[in-house]
Design a protein around this ligand. Structure first.
Ligand SMILES: Nc1nc2c(ncn2[C@@H]2O[C@H](COP(=O)(O)OP(=O)(O)OP(=O)(O)O)[C@@H](O)[C@H]2O)c(=O)[nH]1
Ligand SMILES: [Mg+2]
Length: 220
């Protein structure tokens, strides 16, 4: 749940990248980090990685400032996708404001995608979140590879859920920004309704959504 500190004029928003092992969650944050900070300096925290396998989590903090003097701090986390790390996944998921589900487009990964989505549904319940009421977007990653599921197949399968579906090649960049924009938009709508951000606190939607473009895009 977002923290709104009126004394400090600070809003903290948590977004979690969830999905099966090796689908590209960490790679999404690395690409986002490059987008907001072309010099490649600073601030993506990667904890306990073994090869490509996240053992604990990654954290990318981003910052937006509003005309009304608020700082909006976004904390982007990844979970470890490997099945064994379920306790860590639950801890990272706890109190999140939005989820990006990163699926792997390779045909052989379909079962892992479904198992991970099933795990997300279970874990949202376990940490007291309602998946029906949680800002959630789906990303099909690794579109650059040969022999991946077609966009039409993905849409046929996921459109009944009504969830936004994005396509990405996180390793090379395409789709990374679009995916983050989509979850920002979903999260804005939910938080604005719940906390009255625009009505009571003068925080505007475009200020929230423009976190990627701002000069202060890296939180300090
Ligand atoms: N070809 C291709 N490879 C990708 C893409 N995105 C990620 N990868 C590769 O897939 C491997 C796993 O990526 P990670 O981002 O570490 O995966 P993860 O989802 O964080 O994995 P866990 O931490 O184990 O849950 C790495 O070798 C990445 O370079 C992509 O869009 N295309
Ligand atoms: Mg990872």
């Amino acid at each position: 749940m977002a923290e709104l500190d009126l004394k400090q004029k600070l809003l903290i928003v948590k977004i979690v990248y969830y999905g099966p092992a090796l689908s590209g969650k960490t790679t999404n944050l690395m690409s986002l980090h490059d987008l907001v900070n072309p010099d490649g300096r600073g601030d993506l925290l990667t904890l306990e990685t073994k090869g490509d396998r996240t053992l604990f989590f990654d954290l990318l903090p981003l910052l937006a400032r509003t005309g009304s003097g608020f700082r909006v701090k976004f904390k982007l986390f990844t979970v470890p996708g490997q099945v064994a790390h379920d306790a860590t996944r639950k801890a990272v998921l706890s109190r999140t404001d939005g989820v990006v589900f990163v699926a792997d487009s390779q045909r052989g990964q379909a079962m892992n995608n479904f198992a991970s989505f099933d795990n997300l549904e279970k874990n949202t319940g376990r940490v007291g979140l309602d998946i029906e009421d949680l800002p959630l977007v789906i990303q099909f990653n690794k579109r650059d590879l040969e022999g991946v599921v077609t966009e039409q197949e993905v849409r046929d399968r996921w459109s009944p859920t009504g969830l936004p579906v994005l396509f990405a090649s996180a390793l090379y960049g395409p789709g990374v920004r679009e995916t983050f924009s989509a979850i920002l938009k979903e999260t804005w709508t939910r938080l604005d309704a719940r906390l009255g951000l625009s009505r009571s606190h003068g925080i505007q939607e475009h200020e929230f959504l423009n976190v990627l473009d701002g000069e202060n895009a890296l939180a300090r």
